[in-house]
Design a protein around this ligand. Structure first.
Ligand SMILES: [Fe+2]
Length: 345
C-alpha cells in the first residue's frame, strides 16, 4: 500500500528494537500498543491528537500483515498487542481465522461505520474504502464500451486486458465478490474469460498495470482507485503523463455497484488495554481522523459526511457493491481455487 517508513521512531521516541522487546508488563493502561501494516507520516499526527484527547500514548509496531499475524500468534497469551490495523478485508478475515482478534461491541463504531464495512461479529471494522476500478487508455477505449467486471471476460477484449497475479489479496477479494454475485460456476467461467483476454501473463503491481496501459501494452486493467490518484498527484512529470493517458471507470453501476474493499482495525485477542484499544478505534471514526486516514492514501472515508479529496472526488460519485466485506473475505479460499483452475497465475 506504499507505506512510508520514515520518521516514526523519532516522533514517538521508540525504536523498532524497543518495540520488539516490549513485554506485557510494560503494556500499561496509559499505552495502546498498535500493530500496524499501515503507515503514513500523517498517521503520527493522529496518534498525537489521540494522546492529547485521552492521555493514551500509541506505541507503534509496524510490519506487513502476514508478519503481524505471525508475530501475534507467536506471542500468544502474552502478546502486548492491543489493536491491529491492516488493509484488505481478506487480511482482516485471515487474522480473525487465526484467532488473534477479539470481537467487541461498540455503539460508537456500529453507528459510525456502515454494516457492510465491518465484521458482523465485531472482529474488525473498516476505516477507509478503496474501489477496484477499471482503468482504460483514453486513446484506445471509449467509456461507452465499458459496463461491468463480467464484461471484461467478453472476447471483444481479447489480448487487450492486463492484471496483476491471482496471488494478491486485492484480486482474491474481487474474485470473492464475483462468486457472491454470479455463483461459483459462472465465476469460474469469468476467470477463464479474463485469462483468455490477457495481453500478457500477470505480472507487476497495480501501478505497473496502469503504466503499461498508458504505454499501450494493453488497453485496460482493473486496479485500486488510489493508485491513479497517486500518479495524478505525483511530483514526477513522467507519472503525471501516465495519468493523463488513462481514465477511471466504475463498473456495475447499473446493477450491484463497484467492488469496494477496506483498510481496517480490530482489537487483539489478548489486548492488555482492552478499553484503550476500543477507544482508539472509536477515535479513528472521528471526523478529523477519518479525514486524515482517507487523505493519506487517497481513499474514501467510511464515515458519511467526511470530505473527500478533490482528485478522488474528480473520479466521480459511484454506486458501491454493498456485499458485506466478511462475505467476499470468507470466499477467499474458493476464489483462490477458481483462479488456479482458470490458469490465472
Ligand atoms: Fe494498495
Amino acid at each position: 500500500m506504499g507505506q512510508k517508513w520514515t520518521r516514526r521512531a523519532i516522533i514517538f521516541g521508540i525504536s523498532a528494537g524497543a518495540a520488539n522487546y516490549l513485554s506485557r508488563s510494560e503494556a500499561q493502561t496509559g499505552v495502546v500498543n498498535l500493530y500496524s501494516a499501515r503507515h503514513y507520516d500523517t498517521d503520527n499526527i493522529l496518534y498525537e491528537n489521540f494522546r492529547q484527547r485521552t492521555g493514551l500514548r500509541i506505541n507503534l509496531v509496524e510490519a506487513k500483515a502476514e508478519e503481524l499475524i505471525a508475530r501475534i500468534k507467536a506471542e500468544g497469551a502474552n502478546s502486548p498487542a492491543d489493536v491491529i490495523i491492516t488493509v484488505d478485508a481478506g487480511n482482516l478475515y485471515r487474522a480473525q481465522q487465526e484467532g488473534i482478534l477479539r470481537p467487541v461491541q461498540s455503539s460508537v463504531l456500529e453507528r459510525a461505520i456502515p454494516s457492510y464495512l465491518r465484521d458482523p461479529q465485531g472482529h474488525w471494522f473498516g476505516l477507509t474504502k478503496r474501489a477496484r476500478v477499471i482503468v482504460y487508455n483514453k486513446n484506445k477505449v471509449s467509456p461507452a464500451e465499458l459496463s461491468t467486471y463480467e464484461d471484461l471476460a467478453n472476447p471483444k477484449w481479447r489480448g487487450r486486458l492486463i492484471s496483476r497475479t491471482s496471488n494478491h489479496v486485492y484480486n482474491q477479494s474481487l474474485m470473492g465478490s464475483i462468486i457472491a454475485a454470479v455463483g461459483r460456476d459462472r465465476a469460474e467461467e469469468w476467470a477463464r474469460g479474463i485469462v483468455a483476454n490477457f495481453a500478457r501473463p500477470p505480472q507487476g503491481n497495480d501501478t505497473a498495470q496502469i503504466r503499461d496501459v498508458a504505454a499501450g501494452v494493453a488497453d485496460l486493467t482493473f486496479v485500486n482507485h488510489y493508485y491513479v490518484a497517486r500518479l495524478i498527484k505525483s511530483n514526477k512529470p513522467e507519472d503525471r503523463q501516465v495519468a493523463e493517458q488513462v481514465a477511471v471507470f466504475f463498473p456495475n453501476q447499473r446493477d450491484r455497484g463497484t467492488h469496494v474493499n477496506i483498510s481496517g482495525a480490530g482489537v487483539a485477542r489478548n489486548a492488555p488495554n482492552l478499553e484503550g484499544a476500543i477507544k482508539f478505534i472509536e477515535y479513528l471514526t472521528s471526523r478529523e481522523a477519518q479525514d486524515s486516514l482517507a487523505r493519506a492514501n487517497n481513499e474514501y472515508p467510511v464515515v458519511s459526511g467526511t470530505a473527500i479529496d478533490a482528485v478522488v472526488r474528480g473520479f466521480g460519485a459511484f454506486k458501491e457493491d454493498r456485499l458485506n466485506a466478511a462475505e467476499y473475505a470468507r470466499l477467499n479460499p474458493e476464489a483462490v481455487r477458481i483462479m488456479d483452475r482458470a490458469g490465472w497465475r
